[in-house]
Design a protein around this ligand. Structure first.
Ligand code: NAP
Ligand code: F7E
Length: 355
């Protein structure tokens, strides 16, 4: 019997790598789209990759870019996957203020290019489509947020994601396509990009622990986020495409913490309790024992508009998909700190101690 097959855009990213791993474990043939970059960007998936000529290799990579509609048509025509997961994005919210047009081309039109390629190839009834929608779309809406909460986006990133969200629904309604949105709240882990706040914190805490860095510089400490573990969420993406009826789902833990709380928990992992002194841009995080300043505010990390509070209500996913997050907040922070201590030790051994 032929294996089920999936095409993943954004396979080199945090979620793409988790999803590829999960689908391979489930017996899928997995095709990933990777961009041509000047340096290697496949570190998260290198362990999955074997030479294409290897017998039994079910994982292949294809050069591509979701902004290139001809490339999407060509890939989908050749692969004819059972499922497409569109995870490709310029995924950094702050960067989207600096690159609004580019972020829109990738995050909004990228999704349309895939949906339209599927339609023009007349494969809309053969392929199931997952769109990586985001809790950022809720923006200024009051928490807890669920599938019925109004969207009030606060960034070019969120506005572009909303375009893709509605296009996904439009293709579902207009062409009877199995196309769904996963509205995912923040999810993190040891392979999270290093400029997102959680990983930036755990990287810095690990390096401070090893004496490789003196201070961590952050922006808005009051932002409240519902942080889960990324691998749990990748399993949820797959579940959404296995249902009888296409529907959109929120995935979240239902529990939220401020950035400041994340910092406190991360430092506690290395045995440091922080006292917070001062206010606003002058606020400092001080080591309660040594009196050393370990955290400072850098206004460069403030956004023109930020999202204050995201707390998800995953009741629909729980009732209909049987999905629930498996990894708790503190467990996830611990996992990230442990991995980052290992990484920093290796960097030091290789003479890459950094600034
Ligand atoms: P990520 O680590 O930043 O990965 C993004 C992926 O998209 C990378 O593989 C990147 O390739 C690829 N990509 C960027 N531009 C592309 C283009 N033009 N064509 C093809 N590929 C492109 O993001 P993530 O955290 O895994 O998130 C996965 C998806 O879920 C994204 O769409 C994100 O917006 C969305 N999302 C994430 C979260 C979260 O908390 N993580 C929550 C809600 C929604 P390179 O490796 O070459 O850069
Ligand atoms: O910021 C504050 C920042 O960049 C979280 C993406 O995966 O999740 C992610 O978007 C909060 C914000 O994630 C720093 O202002 C303070 O309030 O880690 P982040 P995000 O913006 O929530 C959503 C669901 C996605 O869809 C996105 O793709 O932390 N913050 N100080 C900081 N943030 C960063 N990055 N760096 C700081 O120094």
């Amino acid at each position: 019997m032929k294996n089920r097959s999936a095409l993943i855009t954004g396979v080199t990213g945090q979620d793409g790598a988790h999803l590829a791993e999960i689908l391979l474990e489930k017996g899928y043939e997995v095709h990933g789209v990777k961009r041509r970059t000047s340096t290697i960007s496949t570190t998260r998936i290198d362990h999955l990759y074997r030479e294409p000529q290897d017998e039994g290799s079910r994982f292949s990579l294809h050069y591509g870019d979701v902004t290139d509609s001809s490339n999407m048509i060509d890939l989908i025509r050749r692969i004819q996957p059972d499922e497409i997961y569109n995870l490709a994005a310029q995924s950094h919210v702050q960067v989207s203020f600096q690159t609004p047009v580019y972020s829109t081309q990738v995050n909004a039109l990228g999704a349309l290019n895939i949906l339209e390629a599927t339609r023009v190839l007349d494969l809309q009834n053969n392929i199931r489509f997952y769109q990586a929608s985001s809790s950022e779309m809720f923006g200024a809406s009051t928490p807890p947020q669920n599938e019925d909460t109004p969207f009030k986006p606060r960034s070019p990133y969120a506005v572009a994601k909303l375009y893709a969200y509605w296009m996904t629904i439009n293709y579902r309604e207009a062409y009877d396509m199995f196309a769904v949105n996963g509205i995912l709240f923040n999810h993190e882990g040891p392979t999270r990009g290093e400029t997102f706040v959680t990983r930036k914190i755990t990287r810095a805490v690990a390096r401070i622990f090893l004496g490789m860095q003196d201070c961590l510089y952050l922006g808005n400490l009051e932002a409240l986020r519902d942080w889960g573990y990324a691998r749990d969420y990748a399993e949820g993406m797959w579940l959404m495409l296995q249902q009888d009826t296409p529907r959109d789902y929120v995935l979240a833990t239902g529990e939220a913490h401020t950035v400041r709380e994340f910092v406190n928990v991360a430092f506690e992992e290395i045995g440091i309790r922080l006292n917070w002194e001062g206010i606003g841009e002058e606020e400092l995080g001080i080591d309660a024992r040594s009196g050393k300043c370990l955290v400072q505010i850098d206004p460069r990390y403030f956004r023109p508009t930020d999202v204050d509070s995201l707390i998800g209500d995953p009741a629909r996913a729980s009732a209909e998909l049987g999905w629930r997050h498996q990894t708790g907040f503190k467990e996830m922070v611990r996992m990230m700190i442990e991995t980052d201590i290992d990484l920093a030790q290796r960097e030091r051994a290789n003479g890459l101690s950094g600034p």
